[in-house]
Design a protein around this ligand. Structure first.
Ligand code: SAJ
Length: 420
């Protein structure tokens, strides 16, 4: 059986490699020539644990080949990105549209098309089917269509692709069954079959649920600061309740999913209230962090600050929708000079400096990303380089006492018991 995977990003590439290692002939398609070249050399174009080894194996065995043009296959999997139009807060579906347009000339009787990309409810029916039927084939009669949204988390993608449960929505029962049997050679989790729009909706509900719960944690952090409570301790205690599981506050929500998918729900209805509010609270966090920094640096002339971490979360190199960017831009608008350090990230809108260069003459370290390496930074080694010794820890990962012993003033987001 031959599978054509369209879109070799964070989801498409690992999925293509997993199919390839499980006996399928896989052709991966991407419009970006550099990505295609890199994959064919066996080099993963982004950081993901386990992917380099997997890729090396399937490229060597030729079970996966990357190309820029679609070709005939038994199955087409569309894993194109669905970014957010930031001004309008609606899904930008041009990549899904163009993947469908690239597919339909090669569509043959009894083919299966699977949409993996996260989309607003109704997209498969309203956008995808009319394009695919330009082939002259009828969905449900001549070809099959399913939506099989991915739930794997960046940083643990390979494991989760294999072990997570999958919701599969079919345009009809046969389509869902075919998609299930295709994925079951890779996926060890359970399958739950439904119709196509429900599958689209479920995926958005999952990520919206998470966004709202992070917003709640962020609101608790702000209330705790005003009430003189340490929110981290309070959350730990509240979570001892058998039915409570509060998430962690932080500098905002980033990544390609949680910060975006809730808008795919709001664009389809006038009834979203809590969903939009959660987005607003989470998007307000970089500004809240800046207010903390401002209070710490009151009276400092020409302040220089150092941002620790621009990846959207710990131990990944991914900066998509990172709250760090908004924080940096707001800080610059405030007149601060901002220096950036992130040992995981290779490319960013701002120059990435070594630890020493980033902290030299700085007045404050603002820890945005919970990379493990930041826990290991020795305050003793950098304290003499800094102009004034201040740290804002938005993830509560530093050993505050150790930093304070070196003369640093430390403020932890959500800690209303702190001294500043
Ligand atoms: N965050 C917090 N507090 C928390 C948890 C996360 O502030 O307690 C922040 C993170 O720092 C990050 C953002 O939220 O900026 C999102 O991180 P995440 O770890 O929740 O999720 P992603 O975007 O890396 O991956 C998610 C996964 N969702 C989860 O529910 C864990 C994954 O299951 C989805 O499949 C994926 O999005 C996707 O593709 O939709």
């Amino acid at each position: 059986m031959k599978i054509c995977v369209l879109g070799l990003g964070h989801i498409g590439l690992p999925m293509a490699a997993l199919f390839a290692t499980n006996g399928y002939e896989v052709v991966g398609i991407d419009i970006n020539k550099n990505i295609v070249e890199s994959i064919n050399k066996g080099v993963a174009p982004f950081e993901e644990p386990g992917l380099p080894e997997l890729l090396e194996e399937v490229i060597k065995s030729k079970s996966l080949i990357a190309k820029t043009e679609v070709e005939e296959a038994d199955v087409f999997i569309i894993a194109a990105p669905t970014p957010l139009d930031k001004e309008m807060k609606i899904a930008e579906l041009k990549y899904v549209r163009s993947a469908a347009e690239m597919t339909y000339p090669y569509l043959r009787k009894d083919n299966l098309v699977v949409l993996e990309s996260t989309v607003p409810p109704g997209t498969s029916k309203k956008l995808l089917i009319p394009i695919l039927e330009r082939s002259g084939l009828k969905v449900g009669k001549d070809f099959y269509l399913a939506h099989c949204p991915e739930r794997a988390i960046p940083g643990n993608t390979i494991y989760e692709m294999i072990h997570n449960n999958r919701v599969v929505g079919g345009i009809d029962k046969k389509s869902a069954e075919l998609a299930k049997s295709l994925y079951s050679c890779v996926v060890k989790g359970n399958f739950y079959l439904t119709n196509i729009i429900t599958a689209e909706f479920v995926k958005l509900m999952e990520n919206t649920f998470r966004d709202i719960n992070i917003a709640l944690a962020n609101e608790f952090a702000q209330i705790a600061e005003e009430c003189g409570v340490n929110v981290w301790e309070a959350i730990e205690l509240a979570n001892k309740h058998p039915r409570v599981n509060i998430l962690k506050p932080g500098p905002g929500v980033g990544g390609h999913c949680i910060a975006i998918d809730p808008w795919f729900l709001t664009e389809n209805t006038t009834r979203c209230r809590i969903v939009s509010l959660a987005r607003e609270i989470n998007d307000g966090m970089p500004n809240h962090v800046l207010q903390i920094v401002k209070r710490m640096l009151e009276g400092v002339n020409d302040p220089i600050i150092t941002v620790f971490g621009v990846a959207y979360k710990g131990d990944v190199d991914d900066t998509r929708e990172t709250p760090a960017l908004k924080f940096i831009k707001l800080a610059e608008n405030e007149g601060y000079k901002v220096k950036v350090h992130d040992p995981h990230v290779k490319e960013f809108e701002y120059e990435l400096l070594t630890l020493e260069d980033a902290v030299r003459d700085s007045d404050c370290i603002v820890l945005i990303t919970d990379h493990k390496v930041f826990r290991e930074v020795d305050p003793k080694e950098i304290s003499s380089l800094m102009r004034s010794k201040n740290v804002v820890d938005t993830r509560n990962i530093l050993d505050a006492r150790r930093w304070e012993e070196e003369g640093f003033r430390v403020k932890v987001l959500g800690d209303g018991m702190g001294k500043t």
